[in-house]
Design a protein around this ligand. Sequence first.
Ligand code: BES
Ligand code: ZN
Length: 868
Amino acid sequence: MLPVKAFERLPKSVVPVHYEITIKPDLVKLVFEGHESVTLKVVEPVDQIILNSLELELNNVKLADEAGQETTISQVVLDVENEKAIFKLSSVLQPGQYHLKLEFKGVIIDKLKGFYCSKYLSADGEERYSGITQFEPTDARRAFPCWDEPAVKATFDITLVVPKDRVALCNMPVVSELPYEADPNLRVVKFDRTPIMSTYLVAYVVGEFDYVEERSTDGVLVRCYTPVGKKEQGRFGLYVAAKVLPYYKEYFGVEYPLPKMDLVAVADFAAGAMENWGLVTYRETCLLVDDQNTSTQRRQWVAIVVGHELAHQWFGNLVTMEWWTHLWLNEGYATFVESLCVDHLFPEFKIWTQFVTDTSTPALDLDSLKNSHPIEVPIGHPDEIDEIFDDISYHKGAAIIRMLHNYIGDDDFRRGMKLYLTRHKYGNTFTEDLWAALSEASKKPVGTIMSGWTKQMGFPVIRVSARQDGDKRILQLSQQRFLADGTKDENNTMWMVPIEIATSRSPTTPSMSFVLEGEKSEIVLNDIRPDEWFKMNPGQVGFYRTCYEPELLKHLVSAIDQQTLPPLDRLGLLDDLFALVQAGHSSTVEALTLLEAFANEDQYTVWNRVCSALSKLSHLLAYTDHHELLKSFGRKLLGGMTRKLGWESKPDEEHLTKLLRSLLLGRMAMFDDPEVIAEAERRFLLHIKGEEQVPADFRSTVYKAVLRTGSRSKYDDLLRIYREATLHEEKDRIASALGTIKNEEILKEVLAFAMSNEVRSQDTVFVISSVASSKLGRDLAWNYFKDNWDLFNERFKGAFLLVRLVKSLTENFASEEKAVEIENFFKEHHCAGTERTVQQSVESVRLNAAWLARDAESVGRYLTSKSQ
Ligand code: BES
Ligand code: ZN
């Protein structure tokens, strides 16, 4: 475990009750000035006031009591390292209420945090900036001095002084707009008082936007703000938001407390979206939907993101984690609930089936590393926070909530949620508070079961063996922490594991449920013939892996062939077996044999898992002589279904069929399938001649396919359509395809392009990751990163985009030398906030190397035998 950096939270002796803040941005000079008056409660005698402030110039600091009596501030100390300002007082302040007044100045930076600028072109082509805020986790302190901790809640009156022709938005609706006396070009926009809230949720936006609006059935005015001229692209997000608000109100049994909800698409944005109370900000690609040019996958993602951020309006905004250690309460919970609401609005997405591949599997993968972390993680210095917005907080968090939801049932879960939200509204909570409410509602020992899942890192593998006894099957179960390197857990960690078992008689309804408490247990299944199968963890709801003894697994594999095993269970078998292979408990050849059982598969979700298994193998085998054999194996496996689906979508086709077609065509192109590549080239030509547009669902495949075999002219074609594209989604699609070209010189140009001003810095990571996704490009990208370290550090320091970049650059290497090289590089080039990611990547690289050493040869033999 990483040491927690020594760090002190703000003292509780002085707390803010109410802020009155005025901000006057200059969107040409990119600076702002402001002043604030904070009503303070002094709880015990103090001789100094400590609050957060970062990169702000502070002036005219004054402190007065209720009667206006001033206390002299003898010194203002800026503690830059700890991001604090300390106001030393000339005399001791007695408990009571006071007003702190001060003025401040700052720069509107281009770093996607604090109060930052985002570039856009006006209708007549002029470069302009909008001003946007992104405060989570700890950047409100860059915009105004404040007590910038989630547990220090207060109310806010915010006023913006802005140009007359700009839209100004804030958490609350406008209460007044007046001329600004000193400058006729400006106006003063005053917003209504907020409820009691945390600083990281305060937001304001100044810029030029169009909007569409709707009133939700529960009376909230919902608006979706888009770039000028693109308001139609806001319709879909608006639709989702207006439907989701009443759904959550009903589900949680608690009203949305604000009169309005604005959704704003922002051109430059680090995350995907941010849940500021009443003013949710989004990357354009996470909110805008263009009927002609948005893919089915993207549209689904927009619904998920809107559902996620609106879930935070309750979970996070109304009830907030006490400290960042409990971040998962926000993110894990919202990640679970986003699926609830998307399932409600779009049942055809079958989102719960996608949950396993998109959410549980990535969490299990990361959590099997020795360098994982517990869901509840000690956090000190702000540097440490960015890194925990990861697959553990989001995906493991969501997956264990799903396990719990299943264990206590939907009715009790809802009642527990209502209790939790009502009991803690406008307050802060620890993880235990959630367990307490769910325990009360369900009368089950929720805290006892769940604390092991949030306080311990990792998860168990359940080993299963069985013997038949008449019409009974006697199962032996045992648990042990699952580690990706196959070693034994030295700490002998145990979990309380809610276990379900289904049998072939009722594949979807478990015939047995219990909680495994100790290391071992014996279970008896009644009424089961020797030829009938049983499967642990139906629907893959439990957060664990299963390792069957070989005979049992054989039984289940034949159930895949006969399609008697439900889709998620087919997928689950493969998922678990693949993890066991990585850990060396099973052989890769066994996994390849299992993969072949999926040739007749018809479900998108299952194919998705099959394809990700193949691409992991493809990454590894690229470092051997067997890469071409694997591609041919992949083409054979995917070929039947790909041809069956073809390139034309049928009217009224299911949503998942559309996703499946895009998935398979994309993979076949990556496996160099000549037919797919030829068709892609044909379509690309028509597309660039403007004769026939490639449908949005195929564009990614087509772009990548033509570049794989393409030369400079294809690259130039793509750059041209990149430059012409006005939809951000389209730009991203092209940018993420550029790394597919197999030409070293051009790949170097792609890397330089990624850092040029043609690519917004929010998107640089996509481009570099696409280069790093092949063996050839990986070395180039890694070397480029090392050679340009200062530039990367300067541009991305302290941003979680750097965390993602480091991960995608390094984790697919597969040799001990690279592991050492990466370790050494980051020892010499220390990069605060990426320490754990580096350790995780290095661990993954060593796992890859061990995997190859163990299995490359036998895989080669197997693939050779298959190719004959
Ligand atoms: N609260 C986060 C945004 C955030 C992320 C702020 C990291 C600061 C650092 C927001 O609710 C979120 O989770 N956004 C996701 C999208 C979501 C659908 C998973 C994101 O930005 O990727
Ligand atoms: Zn979130």
